[in-house]
Design a protein. Structure first.
Length: 377
C-alpha cells in the first residue's frame, strides 16, 4: 500500500489528555470545585474560593440569560470582558482563574515503576509511533536538498504530559519560542502556552523553559513509593515554585505563560507570537492534518483563522482526518464549515467516529499516519 511521503501535522485537543486527569473544558470547573471541597492543602486556595463565590453569585443571572456557568471557556470570557472594560474585579477574577486552572492540572498523574517516574502510557506510545512513522518516511523518500523535516505537533493543552513523554525517550524537539533549533527535530507548538513556560514576576525577563519533570531539579522522590503507585505531576505548585529564575536566581517567582480559552486571544502581547507564526508556516507545508480530541468550538475563531492563513498557500494538502468520540452531525458540521467543500466532495475530509485517543494510538495511528489509503471502519 502506498506510503505517505509528506509532512503530517497532528493537532491535539483536550480529549488527548483527558485520560491523565486533565478535565475537558465543559467539566473543568466541576472538577476544580470538587478539588477545592476535598483538599485542604491547596496552594491557591484563596483563588478557588473567590472564583466559586463569584460563579455562585452569577447564577441568579441565569434566570434571565441562558448561560453555562460550569464551562471554563464561558467563565474566562466573562472575566476577560470585565477586565477589558476596566474592572479591577475582572483583573482579579481573570488572574484567579489561571491559578485554578494550573492547580487543577497539577492533579494529572504518572506512575512510579522500575525506580523511575514513568511517562503516561498512551503519550509514550504516541511518541514511539511518531518516531517510527518518521523513520519510515525518511527511508522512503530520496531527499537531495535540505534537512529532513519531521512531523509537527500542534496542541491546545497546557499540561506537560506529552512533553515529559518526549523527554523521557530523549527525543529532540523544539517549542519554537525563540531561535529555531535543528530542523531535524519535532516541533511541539503549544498555542495556548504551557505550565512549563514561565515569566519571572520579579525581573520580567524573556520566557524561560523549565524542563517538564514531576519533581524539581535537585530534589528526589520519596523512598517509600511502591511500584505502580500514582503520583501527581505538580508542574506549577511544586516544580516551578522550587525552580529559581535563570536571571535573578530567586525562587517562587516563575509564573506560567498561559493564554485563556476565550474569544479574545491577545497573542501579540505575549511571547507566543513566534509559536503561532511557526504553526501557520507548518500548516502551509502539510501533506495531511490529523486532528485528535478537539471539538472545534465556534468561539475558537483564532484557530480557524490560523488554518485559513496556512492552507491558503498550501497546494499539496492531501487530506484532513478528524479523530473524535463525538459522531454527531453538529460536531461534523463545525468541521465542514471550516474546511472547503472541495475537500469534502473529494473525500479528503474524513472522520474517524467514536474513537478516543487510546483507540487511535494503539490501533489506528500507524495506518492513518503512514499510508495513503487505509480501511475506514
Amino acid at each position: 500500500m502506498p506510503q505517505i511521503v509528506g509532512k503530517t501535522i497532528y493537532v491535539l485537543g483536550a480529549g488527548c489528555s483527558h485520560h491523565t486527569g486533565a478535565p475537558l473544558l465543559r467539566d473543568f470547573l466541576v472538577k476544580a470545585r470538587l478539588l477545592m471541597e476535598s483538599e485542604k492543602e491547596l496552594v491557591y486556595k484563596e483563588s478557588f474560593v473567590r472564583i466559586f463565590k463569584w460563579i455562585d453569585n452569577l447564577r441568579s443571572a441565569s434566570y434571565y440569560v441562558e448561560f453555562d456557568l460550569d464551562n471554563l471557556e464561558h467563565i474566562f470570557s466573562l472575566a476577560d470582558m470585565l477586565r477589558q472594560i476596566g474592572s479591577e474585579e475582572g483583573e482579579r477574577y481573570f488572574s484567579d482563574l489561571r491559578y485554578v486552572v494550573m492547580e487543577t492540572l497539577d492533579r494529572c498523574q504518572l506512575r512510579w515503576e522500575g525506580q523511575r517516574i514513568q511517562p503516561d502510557n498512551l503519550y509514550d506510545r504516541f511518541v514511539q509511533n511518531l518516531r517510527e512513522l518518521n523513520k519510515q518516511r525518511r527511508d522512503k523518500i530520496t531527499q537531495t536538498q535540505g534537512a529532513f523535516e519531521r512531523d509537527t505537533i500542534i496542541t491546545f493543552n497546557y499540561d506537560v504530559m506529552l512533553d515529559y513523554a518526549i523527554r523521557f525517550q530523549t527525543t529532540s524537539f523544539d517549542y519554537c519560542l525563540g531561535a529555531p533549533q535543528s530542523p531535524d527535530c519535532f516541533k511541539l507548538l503549544k498555542l495556548h502556552g504551557s505550565t512549563s513556560w514561565a515569566i519571572c514576576r520579579k525581573c520580567t525577563t524573556s520566557p524561560q523553559i523549565v524542563k517538564a519533570s514531576p519533581i524539581p531539579e535537585g530534589f528526589s522522590v520519596s523512598p517509600f513509593l511502591d511500584d505502580g503507585q500514582q503520583i501527581n505531576f505538580k508542574m506549577v505548585t511544586d516544580v516551578l515554585k522550587n525552580t529559581p529564575c535563570s536571571n535573578c536566581k530567586e525562587k517562587d517567582v516563575l509564573e506560567p505563560i498561559l493564554i485563556p480559552p476565550t474569544w479574545s486571544k491577545a497573542i501579540e502581547k505575549t511571547p507566543l507570537v513566534k509559536v503561532w507564526e511557526t504553526a501557520v508556516n507548518e500548516i502551509m507545508n502539510a501533506f495531511q492534518i490529523i486532528v485528535i480530541g478537539y471539538s472545534m468550538p465556534p468561539t475558537d475563531t483564532f484557530f480557524q483563522y490560523l488554518l485559513t492563513l496556512g492552507l491558503a498557500s498550501n497546494a499539496k494538502l492531501n487530506r484532513v482526518v478528524v479523530v473524535n468520540k463525538d459522531n454527531s452531525e453538529d460536531f461534523k458540521g463545525r468541521y465542514e464549515k471550516v474546511f472547503a467543500r472541495s475537500l469534502r466532495d473529494r473525500g479528503r475530509l474524513r472522520f474517524l467516529d467514536n474513537i478516543i485517543f487510546a483507540n487511535y494510538v494503539t490501533q489506528r495511528m500507524m495506518d492513518v499516519g503512514g499510508k495513503l489509503e487505509w480501511v475506514h471502519e
